[in-house]
Design a binder for this molecule. Structure first.
Ligand code: C2E
Ligand code: MG
Ligand code: MG
Ligand code: MG
Length: 287
């Protein structure tokens, strides 16, 4: 059975296994009742600017528990939410929750929220986000939406139109998990992303010389496209140092802060604990 990763709970998932089919049904039912029953929750992970050492944004990450309280990992429930269409209400709720939790209370200058390909293809999505901004009075420039490069090419025209509409609201568009799919380069060619998040696997493989060269080549490529560079998955001081040497603008990872509930996020951008001592050293590259 394929092992679906998840820190809170481990699932052994095999689509042919009747138990997994049952479990998929249970999760689908959970998702349908999630908003009415408070089963969904958002946590926030700091994104640190390497030139200032300050938290300049938080990434909003969804958490879900079943009716009996068991947590389900996003790698398990997001695909089911996409297949059932539940990602549309849940995804919009996530953006609203993040704006209310962090932006209305001025806990951070910016928040980034992941969005799914299903949302991007929905004709009403950009309009819903626009309504949400108008209703809360939030400046679109304080919101970033993260898309994953895995989007298939046939949906790309609709997706691009949607991204342009969102950009017109001032919203920044970030490309997430860069380097993990086949479509990453074509996305980079087609859309001017504000920030590209380099997938954590590249940093984690950078302990070898060839892995480090690979990461550095990807950083150069993104830099030449004119996007800001965020390196994900920084778990220790040496990885932070490497991100700095390579000229990343931002980092995110357990070393500079784990995802936390909104009330534990410091009000406005504090200096992140893991980077405070280097905060005077500027990042190598400025855009
Ligand atoms: P992502 O957008 O790439 O989010 C980063 C993931 O890496 C998060 O996992 C985070 O907890 C984890 N992470 C952060 N720092 C480190 C680190 O230093 N080391 C390691 N090994 N991992 C780290 P999480 O919360 O389990 O989310 C997994 C994925 O689920 C996300 O990947 C995103 O694609 C998706 N997801 C989460 N929330 C949402 C949501 O609200 N909407 C949508 N559409 N997708 C979501
Ligand atoms: Mg993300
Ligand atoms: Mg992602
Ligand atoms: Mg990512």
């Amino acid at each position: 059975a394929a092992k679906r990763e998840g820190r809170n709970c481990v699932h052994f998932f095999d689509p042919r296994d009747p138990q997994s089919i049952d479990e998929t049904e249970t999760i689908a039912a959970t998702l349908r009742g999630a908003l009415q029953n408070n089963l969904a929750n958002m946590v926030y992970q700091p994104i640190v600017n390497l030139s200032t050492g300050k938290i300049e944004a938080y990434e909003a990450l969804m958490r879900m528990k079943m009716f009996d309280g068991t947590p389900i990992s996003p790698s398990r429930f997001i695909p089911i939410a996409e297949d059932t269409g539940m990602i549309l209400p849940l995804g919009l709720w996530a953006i609203r929750r993040a704006c209310i939790d962090l932006l209305l209370s001025d806990r951070t200058p910016m928040v980034s929220v992941n969005i799914s390909r299903v949302q991007l293809k929905s004709p009403s999505f950009a309009r819903s986000v626009s309504d949400l901004l108008a209703e809360t009075g939030i400046d679109g420039r304080r919101l970033a939406l993260e898309i994953t490069e895995g989007l298939d090419l046939d949906g790309q025209a609709d997706a691009l139109r949607c991204l342009r509409e969102l950009s017109e609201l001032g919203i920044r568009i970030w490309l997430d998990d860069f380097g993990t799919g086949f479509a990453g380069l074509s996305w980079l060619r087609m859309f001017p992303f504000d920030t590209v998040k380099i997938d954590k696997s590249f940093l984690h493989d950078a302990s070898s010389a060839s892995g480090r060269k690979m990461l550095s080549d990807i950083v150069d490529l993104v830099h030449h496209r004119g996007a800001r560079i965020l390196i994900e998955g920084v778990e220790d001081a040496s990885q932070l140092e490497l991100a700095r040497e390579l000229g990343a603008h931002q980092v995110q990872g357990y070393h500079t802060g784990r995802p936390t509930p909104a009330d534990l996020a410091p009000v406005m951008s504090g200096v992140a604990p893991g980077v405070a001592k280097d905060a005077t050293k500027p990042a190598l590259r400025q855009i």
